[in-house]
Write a protein that binds this ligand. Structure first.
Ligand code: HEC
Length: 137
């Protein structure tokens, strides 16, 4: 009995070890990807993404936009602020560059007179922190 069970048990152990190895590999890849994106976003904007969640709340961004990873940011007035890195255009047909993103966040009405997004009073430095956050995701 033990003899016939042994290969089965060994097989289980091997597959458990393999599964763990694969899962660990995936987790490491995700963390690497995340920290790489974060580093690139910092380089692109000169901002500090860790400061962004408080800024999103202070200027009411979270009341109008759903923002992944920011608790309570579930606004539906503007679009969801996700995958900003992948977009070609932002706002009212602006090319998606770090400077344009920062300028849009500070003063959307400079680009579009009809936009429903108001000038919130956010400073350029704060907008860089926000841009770093958005590009890091
Ligand atoms: C009163 C609601 C409102 C507030 C407050 C607001 N937004 Fe917006 N936002 C909008 C709307 C509506 C749009 C779409 C604008 C358009 O296309 O004219 C927009 C567009 C954007 C875009 C361009 C995204 C895209 O989909 O192209 C970004 C980035 C953005 N907002 C960030 C912010 C940030 C950061 C804040 C806080 C400083 C903020 N918004 C505050 C309503 C708001």
């Amino acid at each position: 009995m033990t003899v016939t069970l042994l290969p089965f048990k060994a097989g289980l152990v091997v597959s458990a070890v393999l599964t763990t190895a694969v899962l660990t590999g995936v987790a490491v890849a995700i963390v690497k990807d995340r920290s790489q994106k974060s580093a690139v976003a910092t380089a692109m904007t000169g901002g500090d993404e860790t400061l962004a969640p408080a800024i999103f709340r202070r200027y009411g961004c979270s009341g109008c936009h759903t923002i992944p990873g920011v608790a309570g940011a579930d606004g539906k007035v503007g679009g969801e602020l996700n995958m900003v890195r992948e977009r070609v255009y932002i706002g009212d047909g602006l090319n998606n560059t770090p400077d344009n993103l920062v300028r849009w966040i500070v003063s959307p009405t400079d680009f579009s007179k009809r936009t429903a997004m108001p000038v919130t009073g956010i400073t350029e430095t704060e907008a860089r922190h926000v841009a770093a956050y958005l590009y890091a995701r």
